[in-house]
Structure formats: C-alpha cells, structure tokens
Design a protein around this ligand. Structure first.
Ligand SMILES: Nc1ncnc2c1ncn2[C@@H]1O[C@H](COP(=O)(O)OP(=O)(O)OP(=O)(O)O)[C@@H](O)[C@H]1O
Ligand SMILES: [Mg+2]
Length: 662
C-alpha cells in the first residue's frame, strides 16, 4: 500500500464509487497520457535537434554540406541488387501481411456515439459506467486499493441489442483508442496465421495502451474463434442448482397463431416454435483448440514487459553477474498496461469456459430486449432526428408505439421508423405519419402483401377461417390486442390474424395457454361449422397448437404430470427439441392429443354459439380484405349489439361479460 492518500487520490476514489462517469482528463488515464506526451516531445526535440545543431555547426565554421550533390551511381551494379532486394521484400512481405493484425483503430474524436445516445438499456449501461471508471482510474484502484483490474467484458445478447453501439460509446467517453476487430477476420488460410494475427492484435492493443495511457479492444462475434474446445463442456449451467422463474418459451411478442399457411409449413417467425428448440451442441472445426489456446495465453499477456523493458532487464541481469550479492541492481517494474477488452457474441453459452474465468472475460453483461419504458426512450431518441408529423409528438401515441413494439430490439425500432419514412416518401410526404408507421409495422411483422387472385370459394373459405380465429381470440382472450386480420397473401400465409399481448408480460397462466390453443384451433372448427369440411389450410395452426400443448405437458407441468422433459440431458440420441421429446414418448403424445381434442371441442361449441360474430367479421373481411386494430373489435362489438337489440341473445355465451364480473 502507498502512504497516506493525497487529495487527488481521495477525489478519484470518491468518483470511482459513484454512478457518474469519471472524466478521462482528471484521472489516471489522463495523467499517464500527459507524461507520455511530454516524453514524446523530448524525443522529437532530440531526434531533430542533434542533426540540426550539427548542420548549423558546419554552416557556421564555413564548411556547409552540399545536399544537392548526388553521388555517382553505377546502374549495372545497382539493378541486380535492387531486384534481389525487391524479391526479398515480396517474399517476406507476404508472410508479414498474412500475420498482420486485421483491426481498425478509431480515435475517440472519430466516434460520434456517446453514452447519452445509448437508450433503453439502463442496467447494462450502469454496469458499463462502473467498469469504465475502474479502467480510467486503474492506478488508484490497483495501487491504492490493491484491486485486480477488470480486463475483460463479455457482451452477450440478440443481434441489434446495442452491443457494438455501447462499446463505441465507451471508447468515445474514455478518450482512448478503440481497436475494433471482427473475430472472423482473424481466420486465415495459412497454417498458424490465425494465431499470429491474434498475437499481433494483442501486441497492437498493448502498444496503443502504453502510448495513450489506455486502450479499448473490441472483438465482434467472438464465438467465431472461441467455441469450446473438444472435451470441454461449454458454459451451460454448472454450479449450485437454482430455482428460477423462467418466462417459458411461449413468451411475449406478437403472435401469428391462427394463420392459414399455403403449404402447411410453419414459418420460422412463429416465436413459440422457434424458441422451443434449444441451441445445438457446438461444432468444433479442426484447429479451433489452438486458436482458443492462443486467446487464453494472450488474455494473460497484458502485464508482460515491453521490448525496451525486456532489454533493460537483460542489461541489468548482465551487470548483476559482475556485482557482488549485496550490490545487485534491482530490475525496473514494468508499468501496468491499461487495456479493457470487450467481446461481443450472440451465443455466449458455447464459449470455452476457460475464457470466462475470473481474470479473462469475467464480467458477463446480458443485453436484453428493451422493456416498454426503454422502447419509449428509444422511440423518443430516434424520432428526434427523423421527420415526423405533428401527431407523432403526442406522448400518448408514442406510448402506444412503445406498447405495440414488444419484442423489438433497438435496431428494429430504428428500422421501423426508417420504413415509415420510406412509406411517407412513397405517398409524396416529407414526414412520417402514424399510418405510415402502422403500415411499416405490418410489413415488418407479417411481410409485404402479395395480392393473388383467389377463386370465390377460396376467398370465402379464407375469410371465414380467419374470422373464426379472431372471434375466438376476442371471446377467450379479452386481454389480447387484435392487430391485423387480413385475407391478403403475405409471405406463405394466405390470410392471417396477428394478435399480441396488450402489455409486456413474462409469464403465462394455464388459462392463457389454453386460450392460445383455442385461438389456433378455431380456424379448423370454423371450416367444419360453415363448410362441413376441412382444408389443408390449418396445417400451421395445428403445428402451433401442438407446440403449445407439448410445452404444457413436457416443460411447465400444466397437464397432470410434473415430469419435465426439458431435464433430459442432451446426447447424440436425444431430441433437443421439447416438442420432439414429448411426442416421441407415448404418454406425452396421448396427453398432448387429449389437450388438443378438449380445446377443439370447447372452441367449436363457443363458435357454434357465436356464429353471428364470425359471419359479421367474414362479411367485413370480404368487403375490405384487411382490418386493422380497432376496426376488428368495432365489427365484433357492433355485431354483438345488433343481436342483443334484436332480442335473440340468450343463447350467446359472452365470456367478456363473465370475465368482467370475476
Ligand atoms: N440502446 C440503443 N440506443 C440507441 N440506439 C441503439 C441502441 N442499440 C442499438 N442501437 C442502434 O442499432 C444499431 C445496431 O446496433 P449494434 O450494432 O450495436 O447491435 P449489436 O448488438 O452489436 O448486433 P450484432 O450482435 O448483430 O453485432 C446501432 O448502430 C444503433 O443505431
Ligand atoms: Mg455488433
């Protein structure tokens, strides 16, 4: 420990514990950069001063150099020498280039992103500010407090959640060089060149840090080079068992359940199905082990002395050989290289565990999808620079936009607003309106409309089928938001109902799960009720209903069994998909079948009692082809009222009234 703390140290210690960001100039990074700058000035003065002084001396004593007198050159001799020199340069140069670090260095003033531009991910931002403060005041933290510097941060999260964005903001705020590299650019076709490139990158990092008082390295998509080595299990779980409350894979977001798919296939954008299969075991390519090992070694290299220091050390050793034991010189201690290395990945679970141990990438920050308040901040942030109609300045409308963009990443929100601008341009306006946004959202979520000429029978069938979904959704899940009901073909769906949660939700009750199944099965039931036959259309619906039922049976204990099929460890023979596991078990399959049949019977009765609602929606849909948001519920409410007024209502089971009474 150093002697009593002076006032500067006390100040930086106080700042170090706070939530605000320390300014680079006031702390250790700034101090060491300043001392470097002065030393560099002295070097420049020395290098230029000595020859200048010599030239002046010659000039003053009357013997100046004639710098324009060129020596005589014998080209016959010079040409072959030049040829061999160039040949050598080409041969050695190609080797040097192959092992060169592929990074790009950004100076802080070249980066326009600031921490204030990072919105909607406050928990991560707070932690990052703390790490940045430790980095900026590294001498105080290590020297005065005896702490170990934080060297590695791992950013994990879905694409577009702002990992690169935040890292850039960190570099700009820290005022140090930012060495950006994509992990794939380390790969090379020459044997051993990948490891050499990694070594060069770390050497460049150390050099930049020594020159500027600190440097931030950023490795994009690190999983390309740091997958678990053979025989080492990746970082999944481990440690003490934890009892957590997970949201389950039938999570939040707009659902397109109940769409009529042309080919009976379920598209990948059905979230529940996409989420049901977990990530597969990592693929190890030959040579990965060596690359990972190189990373491991290099992560430990920051305290290695620089070349000058090493030479000095050797000199001291040589002198010490000549000195008696009591006169031995001590070696200079190498200065701490202040490096912060950030790695970003979409799949941290497959990284090699040795990389994630304390001292390497020990701080793991997960970038979640922004919650509603975060999305509202993002909407405000992006709209500040994008032309919009005065109606979009209304806070209530912005709140609505934040509400309906559940499940969006920040980049998706930005893209949505850009698409709205494109829509505005297309209709000849210079600023986006709410309608442009609605249209953009529909295109984003369900694809571009591709009108096709249906036969009259098919058109009626599709309209009836979709109306069945919407009616069931309105009756069984009054808290869901009906978004789009359409019979215009979009992607592989001939028609569809998009419905989402009214609020951000992270769990589902059993009743809600059953309602999702009923909504999905409603299409087929309506076809039976109105046409006495079924079509191939509901293939996608059945796949979705099956996945929800399988989840209930095999994962969340909602169907009479508490056995979790998700607990089965992955092996070469086990199906990693929970639906597959449940269905391949006889009892599981029977339980799924039972749930589906029961819910089908229930929704069939419900729709049979509410035929008038289906008919009203079908007619509206045939007339207008597409109903959006309030338009759907308006049709349903009008139909219900007209039946009540006509006095033929007693047979209608109105679940909405029942739900309101509860
Ligand atoms: N929190 C945020 N605040 C403001 N803008 C954001 C935020 N997150 C992302 N963005 C915007 O989204 C763009 C893309 O984000 P970024 O490149 O950081 O994603 P990423 O998480 O690195 O994705 P990937 O995993 O694909 O590399 C940024 O350039 C920025 O404009
Ligand atoms: Mg990125």
């Amino acid at each position: 420990m150093a002697s009593g703390p002076d006032s500067a140290v006390t100040n930086s210690l106080v700042g170090l514990g706070g939530d605000g960001l320390l300014t680079a100039r006031s702390v250790d990074v700034g101090a060491s950069r300043e001392s470097r700058r002065r030393r560099r000035l002295w070097t420049v003065a020395g290098v230029l001063g000595v020859p200048t002084a010599f030239l002046w001396y010659r000039f003053l004593v009357g013997r100046p150099f004639d710098v324009f007198a060129l020596p005589q050159v014998d080209w016959l001799l010079v040409t072959p020498i030049l040829f061999f020199v160039l040949l050598g340069v080409a041969l050695i140069g190609s080797q040097v280039v192959a092992g060169r670090s592929p990074h790009v260095t950004y100076r802080p003033e070249q980066i326009s992103t600031r921490l204030a531009d990072v919105k909607g991910i406050d928990p991560v931002k707070d932690d990052v500010v703390r790490s940045l403060n430790l980095f900026l005041a590294h001498k105080t933290f290590t020297g005065e407090m005896g702490g170990t510097p934080r060297r590695g941060l791992l950013f994990e999260g879905a694409p577009g959640t702002g990992k690169t964005h935040l890292a850039k903001a960190m570099a700009a705020e820290a005022g140090v060089p930012f060495l950006f590299v994509s992990a794939t650019s380390f790969q090379s076709m020459f044997y051993g060149a990948t490891a050499r490139k990694i070594r060069s990158y770390f050497a460049a990092l150390r050099k930049a840090a020594r020159q500027e008082g600190g440097a931030i390295g950023f490795i994009e998509e690190i999983d390309a080079i740091a997958m678990a080595r053979g025989g080492i299990s990746p970082m999944t779980g481990g440690g003490a068992p934890m009892t957590g409350w997970s949201a389950g894979s039938v999570g939040a977001g707009t659902r397109l359940a109940g769409s009529l798919f042309a080919d009976g296939h379920v598209p990948a954008y059905l979230p529940a199905l996409a989420a049901a299969g977990s990530l597969s075991t990592p693929m190890i390519s030959e040579g990965t082990g060596g690359v990972v090992n190189e990373m491991l070694v290099q992560m430990q290299s920051f305290d290695a002395p620089a070349r000058g220091q090493q030479a000095l050390g050797r000199l001291v050793d040589a002198v010490n050989l000549l000195l008696p034991a009591q006169r031995q010189l001590s070696k200079p201690t190498p200065p701490v290289t202040n490096v912060l290395l950030i790695a970003a990945t979409n799949r941290a679970d497959n990284l090699d565990p040795a990389l994630l141990r304390p001292g390497r990438f020990d701080r793991r920050l997960t970038f979640e999808l922004p919650a509603k308040a975060g999305r509202r901040e993002l909407v405000d942030h992006f709209l500040a620079t994008k032309a919009h109609a005065p109606e979009l300045a209304d806070p209530a409308l912005r709140d609505t936009l934040a509400g309906v963009t559940q499940g969006y990443t920040p980049v998706m929100i930005e893209h949505l607003l850009d698409e709205a601008l494109v829509n505005a341009l297309r209709r000849g306006a210079g600023a986006m309106s709410w309608q442009d946004l609605e249209r953009a959202r529909m295109t984003e979520e369900v694809g571009l409309g591709q009108p096709v000429a249906y036969t009259e029978h098919e058109r009626r069938l599709i309209a009836t089928h979709e109306s069945g979904h919407a009616t069931a959704a309105w009756l069984t899940a009054p808290h869901r938001r009906l978004e789009i009901l359409t019979i215009v073909k979009r992607r592989s769906a001939l028609g569809l109902l998009a419905h989402g949660d009214a609020e951000d939700v992270y769990t589902r009750s059993r009743t809600e799960m059953l309602a999702l199944i009923q909504i999905a099965l409603a299409g087929q039931c309506t076809e039976e009720l109105f046409f006495g036959d079924v079509s191939t259309g509901p293939g996608g619906d059945l796949a979705y209903a099956t996945s929800v039922a399988a989840e209930m049976v095999g994962s969340v204990g909602m169907a009479g069994t508490l056995v979790s099929y998700a607990a089965v460890q992955n092996s070469g023979f086990s199906d990693t998909n929970i639906v597959g596991r449940v269905l391949s078990d006889g009892a599981g399959r029977a339980a799924v079948e039972r749930i589906l049949q029961e819910q089908k019977a229930a929704v069939r009765t419900l729709l049979g009692d509410n035929r008038h609602l289906v008919e009203a929606l079908r007619d509206a849909l045939l007339a207008r082809e597409e109903l959006i948001g309030r338009e759907i519920t308006a049709v349903l409410e009008a139909a219900r009222c007209s039946v009540l007024m006509a006095g033929t209502a007693p047979t209608v089971i109105d679940l909405r009234d029942a739900a309101a009474r509860e």
